[in-house]
Design a binder for this molecule. Structure first.
Ligand SMILES: Nc1ncnc2c1ncn2[C@@H]1O[C@H](COP(=O)(O)OP(=O)(O)OP(=O)(O)O)[C@@H](O)[C@H]1O
Ligand SMILES: [Mg+2]
Length: 270
């Protein structure tokens, strides 16, 4: 079912033009069709959710967006330009950052150092200067640290900035991972189940940070989430996948009343 494009204007925030257009994307792994002919777009400044049962292809879709997987078919148009053979480095350079379904942090390193790794792509001075910590490299390092401290303040994790990540409770590790992605100052932030495994309070905190990032920095967010309450609360539009196919696309209200979506979630036989 195709839904209307909304003219969404939420408090203090105007949804802009399409910045990412996924067209007829198909991806398979050997015989497994992870994604079949999926099209959907993402508008600037919106919070766009991808939902669907386990194995529906949600993480695969994020991996296509950030260049980890190359689809066998389809086109990706980012800011009006067709992306050709983009790898994850190029995607990150173009302003796409992400967090992972399973936390991918350096557990032995401190919170601050993990967040600093999010700045890698922004570092300009060459390796030798950095090794010597000389001149431009020193100035750059100070600037990167300042940016990371801003992220730390924003996420209210000052008290744990020197703590090794492995010692933190799960909910805080997820917040640090968000911090690392934010340190890259992304234009599009891809979040793969940022609230999975969290308790109610941790989920509320994470929702607030996601909304604040979106509102204060204008960051476009593509979010995979299983908690329907959260998805319906914070998303502008939702795309629904099931067995690698798109079965719904629209506002939370449109998706909620879509019979195909209801059937998929209730496990009606295909
Ligand atoms: N690297 C891979 N190699 C082989 N098969 C894969 C690979 N990645 C994903 N798949 C398969 O593609 C399908 C979609 O997987 P994907 O991880 O994208 O689903 P998902 O919607 O994120 O599920 P979940 O909610 O469980 O995270 C599954 O059948 C999965 O086994
Ligand atoms: Mg997944």
């Amino acid at each position: 079912m195709q839904m209307n494009e909304p003219e969404a204007i939420t408090a203090g925030r105007k949804i802009g033009d399409v910045i990412l257009d996924m067209r007829n994307i198909s991806l398979s792994f050997g015989g497994v069709k992870a994604l079949t002919n999926i099209s959907f777009n993402v508008r600037e400044h919106e919070i766009r959710a991808i939902i669907g049962p386990n194995g529906a292809g949600k993480s695969s879709m994020l991996n296509v967006i950030n260049g980890v997987y190359r689809p066998q078919q389809g086109e990706i148009v980012y800011r009006g330009q067709q992306r050709k053979n983009m790898d994850c480095y190029a995607a990150a350079k173009s302003g796409i950052a992400r967090t992972f379904q399973n936390i991918a942090l350096f557990k032995g390193m401190t919170v601050l150092d993990n967040i600093m790794t999010g700045r890698n792509l922004k570092m300009k001075s060459n390796f030798l200067l950095q090794a010597l910590y000389w001149g431009p490299a020193q100035r750059e390092e100070i600037e990167h640290r300042r940016k990371c401290e801003e992220v730390i303040d924003f996420l209210e994790i000052q008290h744990i900035r020197k703590t090794p990540v492995g010692r933190l409770p799960y909910g805080l590790q997820k917040r640090v991972e968000l911090g690392r992605a934010l340190a890259a100052e992304p234009q599009i932030l891809l979040l793969d189940e940022p609230m999975a495994g969290m308790n109610v309070e941790e989920k509320q905190d994470m929702c607030r940070f996601i909304l604040d990032v979106n509102e204060q920095f204008g960051t476009t967010i593509v979010l995979i989430e299983h908690d329907m309450g959260v998805v319906m609360d914070i998303s502008d539009r939702v795309v629904v996948l099931d067995y690698g196919k798109k079965i719904g696309d629209g506002t939370p209200d449109e998706v909620r009343t879509n019979q195909d979506v209801i059937d998929a979630y209730l496990g009606v036989a295909h």
